[in-house]
Write a protein that binds this ligand. Structure first.
Ligand code: NAP
Length: 304
């Protein structure tokens, strides 16, 4: 196969926002992190660093269905405290704006307090990326833009991003922001194709946003397919995985990264051996035919 037959590699490094830190083609997420011991947690963070992961994604709410609100951030804070210098080796991203029982609050006072609480739990003076976890439709985008701009100017936040926003909500926010929007974090995998089809990826390419793809294995369903559609998708991924000598999970994440927006899959495994595989994601090459074969299997219907 000639080089020209393959889709381009995702960039090995890109900036998070115009002047932000360099980030690589894969990220690692801590939704399922709370509840580990300090030793286990440290091993997981080191496994991700060893695999070349730069961006580490957490949120204030992670752990709420286990040890409690804030427990994933607090555990990462313990890891930082026990391993001096570790925090500076990673690009640290967190989120806020979900409030139990409300469910969303992007008012200026609440978001300012949420950022302070995250910094305290993490034991850091600043996070590199702070994201609005879910849109609060009762917050005017002009007011949210002012809040996010103030967070950056306070020095507590290196850059700002959003998660689970529609393209229209992102457009309205970008219109009012006086600091760059660095990222969006939609759910995206071969089992959840919305951002490919609703204009979000096109918008990200137009505005230069880093796209962080959450649940890149469909929360594990791609590794353990059950339905007919999932089994057909697994077979299409396995063809490429076998040709490259990688796991299906690696093939699934590389399929995401091969889109021209070069979405950054946030691997969610809490198993050190599976985290180590993140190093292989950017090595897999896709032909157009293979990429569209996975899309067709994922849709469960031929493309028009
Ligand atoms: P995922 O990578 O799609 O799924 C991870 C799950 O799949 C884990 O339970 C993992 O188990 C399992 N898995 C992975 N490889 C496997 C294999 N080969 N065989 C069997 N099981 C396998 O990602 P996710 O955890 O759902 O989400 C990833 C990250 O996205 C989160 O940590 C968070 O940072 C972010 N996220 C954001 C939002 C949002 O609203 N912004 C929502 C959800 C998630 P093991 O741990 O045993 O490997």
């Amino acid at each position: 196969m000639t080089e020209a037959a393959y889709l381009p590699h995702p960039p090995s490094r890109r900036r998070l926002g115009p002047n932000g830190p360099a980030i690589g083609p894969v990220a690692w997420g801590m939704w399922r992190f709370a509840g580990a011991t300090l030793d286990e947690a440290t091993r997981l963070v080191e496994a991700a660093l060893d695999a070349g992961v730069t961006l580490f994604d957490t949120a204030d709410i992670y752990g709420v269905d286990g040890p409690g609100w804030g427990s994933a951030e607090a555990l990462l804070g313990e890891v930082f405290a026990a391993s001096p210098g570790l925090r500076d080796r990673l690009v640290l991203a967190t989120k806020g704006g979900i409030v139990m029982g409300v469910p969303y609050d992007s008012s200026p006072a609440y978001l300012a307090s949420a950022i302070d609480a995250s910094l305290q739990r993490l034991g850091v003076e600043r996070v590199d990326l702070w994201q609005v976890h879910r849109p609060d439709v009762l917050a005017h985008p002009q007011e949210l833009a002012r809040t996010l701009g103030n967070a950056v100017r306070s020095g507590k936040v290196g850059a700002v991003g959003v998660s689970n926003f529609t393209p229209g909500q992102i457009e309205a926010l970008v219109h009012f922001l006086d600091v760059p929007l660095a990222s969006s974090q939609p759910e995206f995998s071969a089992l959840h194709l919305d951002p490919l089809e609703d204009g979000q990826f096109d918008q990200a390419m137009r505005h230069g946003l880093a796209v962080l793809a959450w649940s890149p294995l469909g929360g594990g369903r791609i590794a353990r397919p059950e339905t007919q559609r999932e089994i057909a998708l697994a077979a299409a991924l396995d063809t490429v995985a076998e040709a490259h000598g990688v796991s299906r999970a690696v093939a699934a994440m590389s399929w995401i990264a091969a889109h021209p927006a070069h979405p950054i899959p946030i691997g969610g495994s809490q198993n050190p051996a599976r985290i180590a595989e993140l190093a292989d994601v950017a090595k897999v090459r896709w032909t157009r035919t293979q990429w569209y074969a996975v899309l067709t299997a994922a849709r469960g219907a031929p493309l028009p």
